[in-house]
Write a protein that binds this ligand. Structure first.
Ligand code: FMN
Length: 178
């Protein structure tokens, strides 16, 4: 075990019990076990609806807890599906709570959209992450279409090309964290 592992918050954009994106996060953990300490955030469903009136001093506890987790992390991994050609509402909602409090500002971020297709959500999230000043690069973002055929329920990436792409993303992510 390596000392001083960097701490990553891994946010699952899906609220589904048997989520492919959760399996992907677990695969990521297996691939980074020597370098990163990963905390999974799988509670997007608990985050109240964004309300600018409550944005600052009176933000709900679930929100202040999430903000602290992002702030304290050395980097954030977001794995998400696409819904109805867009970003899942629960994920966008959580990100909206961080706009004025700026936890993502300069934060190293890796984004993997793992979905049936996923192109629109992926592009939209990149725009959102850029406007909130996240440190995301071309090499720390990856779109995995037909994800259910490439990541199995044992959290193994079964598709060789996808496995190589995820490993490349990890190398780039670790570089921008350090
Ligand atoms: C209501 C709904 C809408 C969806 N719309 C899209 C879509 O627009 N594009 C897409 O790629 N996948 C779409 N999907 C498929 C999911 O993104 C896909 O099943 C994904 O693997 C789910 O991720 P998860 O297994 O982590 O929950 C949709 C699924 C649901 C339930």
């Amino acid at each position: 075990m390596r000392l001083n592992k960097k701490r990553i918050l891994a946010i699952n954009g899906s609220t589904r019990t048997n989520s492919t994106n959760l399996n992907l996060i677990k695969a990521f953990i297996g691939l980074t076990i020597n370098d990163l300490e990963v905390e999974i955030f799988n509670e997007l469903a608990q985050i109240p609806h964004f309300n600018p009136d409550l944005d600052n001093t009176s933000a709900p506890k679930e929100v202040t807890d999430l903000r602290k987790k992002i702030k304290d992390a050395d980097g954030v991994l977001i794995c998400t599906p696409e819904y109805a050609m867009g970003v899942p509402g629960a994920l966008k909602n959580a990100i909206d709570w961080t706009v004025s409090s700026a936890e993502f500002s300069h934060k190293p971020v890796a984004l993997i959209t793992a979905s049936s297709i996923g192109e629109k959500a992926h592009a939209s999230l990149i725009e959102t992450l850029k406007i909130i000043e996240a440190n995301i690069t071309n090499d720390t973002q990856l779109l995995i279409s037909f994800a259910k055929t490439k990541i199995n329920t044992n959290s193994v990436i079964t598709d060789n090309e996808t496995s190589e792409q995820v490993k490349k993303l990890i190398t780039s992510f670790i570089k921008i964290i350090k």
